[in-house]
Design a protein around this ligand. Structure first.
Ligand SMILES: Cc1ncc(COP(=O)(O)O)c(C=O)c1O
Length: 489
């Protein structure tokens, strides 16, 4: 909702239109007006067809690409979400990734085989797929600003341009799925922002001002293949209905004002940077990606998140859950998954932005403070190299093991991430770089609600891990590893 909820012009517009009839099952004048507006705003669209959802737009665009090229296979990217049509539910992002079902049940294998996938940024794999399926690939579909794995940057790496080039070379179509980023990252979408021209574009969300609308459009010679001009069939009883068209018109006409995007940019930058600063202040490792009013903060030690496996393999998903719930308690409703994007709307005020940053700082401080208290309760074993154990008083579960008497490393059982903390003898615990004999700690994780936390130390010549019942300390003596076991009390 780029204009915010219940924008008066949208509500008045649909109320007035509703008096004249809500659906005719035939084209109406408002549809033509909105079509012209979309053509004027989105650089690559010569002809546009309205449907009733983003899923319908992508599904129809894929059918058109297949019909136009006479080829069946297509490429999508791991974590890319293009709605719920069968062929797209292969390594899908968004809710499918969040709930661990990127390859949905119910999609016939024979159909899924036509979906080829590659990781974002992996041009070698895209080239390999084209070589291995010569003359069989109809199109590449990509979110030019991916938002369904969290926001990613495919532009500054040159990846999008490379996709454009290879599609042209191979006679395949390039489809930009701008259902999320269209009219969001600029008035002409990502293609305008980046200056890259796709063959087909899918639109949704903003285009309907909150009512069910989707659209696909592009080069005239391709679009003329759609029935009744051409042989590719697609139709919809409610497509282009007057209510949805009016809501779209009221919304898009307000997006012609570039000042609106300038204002969104300022507010979004302040919110994004404020949240990252809050993480830094609280000692929580985080990074992020942002395009205009669309961004994601990732809880990770990685400097940059560039592809889906960075999120699934390196982001602290349980911590995101705690942060999300903490923010909800503060009255701030964020997108409920690390695999999602946050959006700032024109209705958000400077005060909203300040309050959100302040709320995030309180939540982060609370989460990290709980951790510090936990660390302070550890009893250290005088014997030095033997790990000590702390238990959660409430659940009795093992919370952590401490290494030596100055250092500790934590690892959650469910994510496999470890957080390393250190303290000098009398001082406070602080999260830090590895020091002393602990030479390498790959990842850090903190968990404050009594979930099982396990220790794993990776160091040159020694390592320690636990299986909840025992702690194992391994030390390299000469050429041999010697393992010690200590039962958890
Ligand atoms: C990039 C993208 N494409 C397609 C869709 C599907 O749109 P809809 O939910 O309207 O069917 C979504 C929905 O989130 C999306 O983000």
């Amino acid at each position: 909702m780029i204009l915010g909820h219940a924008h008066p012009a949208v509500i008045d517009g649909i109320t007035e239109t509703a008096q004249k009839g809500v659906s005719f099952g035939a084209p109406c004048e408002l549809e033509i007006d909105l079509a012209q507006m979309v053509i004027d705003m989105v650089p690559s669209i010569d002809v546009v067809r309205f449907v009733s959802s983003g899923s319908e737009a992508t599904m129809s665009a894929l059918r058109l690409a297949r019909g136009f090229t006479g080829r069946d296979k297509f490429i999508k990217f791991d974590g890319g979400y293009h709605g719920h049509a069968d062929g797209f539910l292969v390594k899908a992002g968004s809710g499918a990734a969040t709930f661990g079902e990127p390859d949905s049940a119910g999609v016939p294998n024979d159909y899924a085989k036509l979906t080829l996938t590659a990781p974002f940024q992996d041009m070698d794999e895209v080239k390999r797929l084209f070589a291995a399926n010569k003359g069989e690939i109809a199109c590449i579909i990509v979110e030019p600003v991916p938002g369904n794995t969290g926001v990613m940057d495919l532009h500054s790496t040159g990846f999008l341009q490379q996709l454009r080039d290879i599609c042209t070379e191979e006679g395949a179509l390039l489809i930009f799925d701008e259902v999320m980023c269209g009219f969001r990252v600029s008035s002409g979408g990502a293609q305008q922002l980046f200056g890259i021209t796709p063959d087909l574009t899918c639109l949704g969300k903003i285009i309907g001002g909150g009512l069910p609308v989707g659209a696909y459009g592009g080069r005239e010679d391709i679009m003329r293949k759609i029935s009744p001009d051409g042989p590719v069939y697609q139709a919809g009883t409610l497509s282009g209905n007057p209510l949805a068209m009016r809501a779209g018109l009221e919304t898009l006409s307000r997006l012609q004002d570039e000042a609106l995007y300038a204002d969104l940019e300022v507010k979004s930058k302040r919110l994004f940077e404020g949240l990252l600063a809050g993480c830094k202040e609280a000692g929580v490792a985080a990074t992020g990606n942002r395009f205009g009013s669309m961004f994601t903060i990732f809880f990770t030690d990685l400097e940059k998140v560039t592809c889906c496996s960075d999120v699934s393999g390196h982001c602290d998903l349980p911590f995101f859950g705690k942060f999300f719930n903490g923010m909800l308690d503060e009255g701030v409703y964020l997108a409920p998954s690390q695999y999602e994007a946050a959006f700032v709307s024109a209705a958000h005020t400077d005060e909203d932005i300040d309050n959100t940053i302040a709320a995030a700082s309180r939540v982060l401080a609370k989460l990290t403070c709980m951790m510090m208290n936990l660390l302070a309760s550890i009893k250290f074993n005088e014997a030095g190299l033997v790990p000590a154990i702390a238990q959660d008083a409430k659940s009795g579960r093992v919370l952590m093991m401490a290494w030596m008497n100055e250092e500790a490393v934590l690892e959650t059982f469910n994510t496999g991430f470890a957080h390393y903390y250190s303290r000098s003898r009398q001082k406070q615990w602080k999260k830090g770089e590895s020091s002393g004999h602990v030479q390498k700690v790959l990842d850090m994780y903190l968990d404050c609600d009594g979930d099982t936390i396990l220790l794993k130390i990776e160091q040159t010549g020694a390592a320690c891990h636990t299986n909840r019942e025992s702690c194992f300390y391994r030390e390299k003596r000469g050429d041999k590893w010697v393992e010690f076991e200590q039962p958890i009390i």
